[in-house]
Design a protein around this ligand. Structure first.
Ligand code: ADP
Ligand code: MG
Length: 661
């Protein structure tokens, strides 16, 4: 492997352009695989219709004509003889090719066929006949480097460097993978798509194998006995559970037991608690904090928004009145904050609830034993990393209301244990979901009126805060006006959005909670976790703007008691996609559908994005390869091979990747 600077024939400017693509050395360069291929195959002119894209070759019949239409626009035309007929070719802004085009010159023309005028409007002209299929590799390019240039530079080093193969020999043999050098050569110099596919299969598996190896490595690291061990009598936990005003569901109980086991064993907990909105994750997290407290440690619960932090704070204080609980948010007065920080530092405070202010640099814990993040997808990896930087290794529980289909969860969360809450607390009625067009808004207003008359409350969601010139969508202020017009006499309307100050938000939220306002208009700030049992209806304007999982979460704001409740999706677009929600209330099914419709990118967006940025693999398309890689990497990690000199390069890349996180 050489630095680009050491490669002959690449200028400083080109090196900088490559650096901008994240390419610094020859290994990066050779590993910069094309993301697709353009296959140029001669078109059978007997089978084309007007407007088709065609590729044909022939012999130039005349001296091209060039017209300069303006300074920036020129048009060249000439005729070619294809062997069966003569055709006209027109191409713009290639006047510079004129001298290369003369009678008798062999050319290949790519363009659009105009049948009536027997003319091809060309997008490209290549010299020479197209005797065979030409395959062009297409790379992620930049304004400075196009695919051709990238390929040219790659080919100056290809074959002169030995590329490392990260697949152990026995696996290469078992799957009959081709040699890595050959695979790399083929993907950059494709001459046959079958061969390219075979080469890609190896490279995809290699990428998945390394990814899974990393996951398994992390997991085995976590299970080493560097975690905290607590002595906690389970009967104390049982007493607490028996004193709750409701019975835990089976899945809640199972989750509590999973967590109890983790916390009382010397292995470090790294657990994901997943369950639909309203499935009751919060109480499980409180019990986790209680177990941690009984074990003698401080605990922290991080919420994604201030509203939620405050809600959790009030909740936990009423459920665990004897513990010292503090609230820490970013917008506190300096004096209050200092006071709380002091108490956190000297251990006076048992449980801290807050936003990501909890992990800012000045928060020094006395003995932090457990960190819980609610709706973890809202936290960036850096924020989580902060905790490690402080030299503490607390147990970690992530909570997510975006359920992942089980098979995917098992592979993607290879580094975590998972507890799932699949059933809703009893007494819940499923939310009835209705899809309406903007024309049917009157029906919706009548439905709303019905709910208001029953003394119930309603959320109204708009995608925007203010009017936008570029987007024709509902905004909260416009809706406020409309709602006041419709319901001014019978209901109070509140407005909430993310740009408001914290105390404003609290005030508005309080008014809705205690029933002073009946209609709450909001952007998605209420998306996560807010709990008002008397709200029985949610109306979502321009709902096509949201992903299915996000809509499912919003829907979870209602149906929190035994009353009939409704979710009304208003949209004129993408009604087929939205229709999924009218058919199922099961978050696991919704996420599966999201996955099928939108691919993995969105669904797994809440995982640190870098983790899922595969170069050539795609977990949906290559799912079978991924399952293979999962098993193989597990076996490899536990074998003597892993630590042998022969595979040191594999070991190195894993440890480096893991330490960077
Ligand atoms: P989420 O999983 O979305 O965080 P919550 O924890 O907010 O759900 O629970 C929603 C509501 O259900 C809360 O009001 C909570 O007190 C209540 N709840 C939780 N578990 C049960 C249960 N086992 N039986 C009845 N109600 C429950
Ligand atoms: Mg919650």
């Amino acid at each position: 492997m050489r630095d680009l600077k050491e490669v002959k024939g690449i200028g400083v400017n080109t090196i900088r352009d490559f650096n901008n693509l994240g390419i610094y050395n020859t290994a990066d360069l050779l590993g910069y695989y094309p993301f697709r291929y353009e296959v140029l195959e001669k078109t059978d002119m007997n089978n084309v219709i007007d407007g088709d894209k065609v590729i044909i070759d022939g012999i130039c019949e005349n001296v091209p004509n060039v017209y300069y239409i303006s300074r920036k626009l020129n048009k060249m035309s000439f005729r070619i003889n294809t062997g069966t007929k003569i055709m006209n070719v027109v191409i713009f802004n290639r006047a510079f090719l004129k001298n290369n085009l003369f009678m008798g010159k062999e050319v290949t023309v790519i363009g659009k066929y105009d049948m009536k005028h027997n003319t091809i409007t060309a997008s490209d002209i290549k010299f020479g006949l197209l005797n065979e299929t030409v395959i062009e590799p297409i790379y992620h390019s930049s304004s400075k480097l196009n695919s051709k240039k990238i390929n040219k530079v790659i080919n100056t080093v290809i074959g002169k460097e030995n590329v490392l193969d990260y697949i152990p020999d026995p696996l290469n043999e078992r799957y009959h993978f081709m040699d890595k050098n050959r695979a790399v050569y083929l993907v950059h110099n494709p001459f046959d798509m079958k061969m390219v596919d075979e080469a890609m299969r190896k490279l995809r598996y290699e990428e998945l194998f390394l990814f899974m190896l990393k996951m398994n490595y992390l997991k085995s690291n976590n299970t080493k006995s560097d975690g905290l061990k607590r002595d906690v009598d389970y009967s104390l936990v049982e007493d607490f559970i028996n004193n709750l005003s409701f019975n835990l569901t089976d899945d809640q109980l199972k989750s509590v037991k999973d967590i109890y086991k983790d916390l009382t064993w010397p292995k470090r907990m790294n657990r994901l608690l997943q369950g639909d909105v309203g499935s009751g994750k919060t109480i499980v997290s409180f019990i986790a904090l209680y177990i941690n407290y009984l074990g003698g440690y401080q605990g922290a619960l991080m919420a994604p928004t201030e509203i939620l932090a405050i809600q959790h704070y009030n909740n936990i204080k009423s459920i665990l009145p004897n513990l010292n609980v503090a609230l820490l948010t970013g917008k506190m007065k300096a004096k209050d904050r200092r006071e709380i920080l002091e108490k956190i530092g000297n251990g006076e405070i048992d449980i801290i609830i807050g936003t990501h202010a909890l992990i800012s640099d000045d928060v020094i814990y006395k003995n932090l034993g457990l960190v819980i993040t609610d709706e973890q997808h809202r936290f960036g990896v850096n924020q989580r990393g902060n905790l490690k930087n402080k030299g503490i290794t607390p147990d970690i529980l992530y909570m997510s209301a975006t359920p992942i289909p089980r098979t995917y969860a098992l592979t993607l969360y290879g580094d975590m244990d998972i507890s799932s809450i699949r059933t809703m607390p009893s007494g819940r009625k499923p939310v009835k979901t209705i899809l309406k067009s903007n024309k049917e808004i009157k029906d919706v207003l009548y439905m709303m009126l019905d709910e208001i008359k029953k003394g119930h409350q309603i959320y109204v969601i708009a995608p925007l805060v203010e009017e936008s010139e570029s987007m024709d969508m509902e905004n909260v202020y416009e809706l406020e006006e409309k709602m006041n017009k419709a319901f001014g006499k019978v209901a109070q309307v509140g407005v909430l959005h993310g740009k408001m100050k914290a105390n404003e938000k609290d005030e508005i939220m309080d008014k809705f909670k205690n029933g002073e306002t009946q209609i709450l208009i909001s952007t998605t700030v209420i998306e996560v976790g807010v709990d008002v049992a008397n709200a029985t209806m949610i109306v979502i304007f321009d709902s096509y703007r949201f992903g299915l999982s996000a809509l499912h979460q919003l829907r979870g704001r209602v149906g929190r008691n035994d009353l009939d409740s409704y979710c009304v999706l208003i949209s004129d677009k993408e009604t087929k996609r939205l229709d999924v929600l009218t058919k199922t209330n099961d978050g696991f099914k919704v996420s599966e559908e999201d996955f099928l419709l939108r691919g993995s990118g969105d669904l797994f967006g809440f995982r640190q994005s870098g983790d899922m940025n595969f170069k050539v693999a795609d977990i949906k398309r290559d799912y079978d390869l991924m399952l293979m890689a999962k098993e193989d990497s597990e076996r490899f990690l536990n074998s003597a091979d892993y630590t042998s000199d022969k595979y040191k390069h594999i070991c190195d890349v894993i440890e480096k990747a893991v330490n960077l996180d």
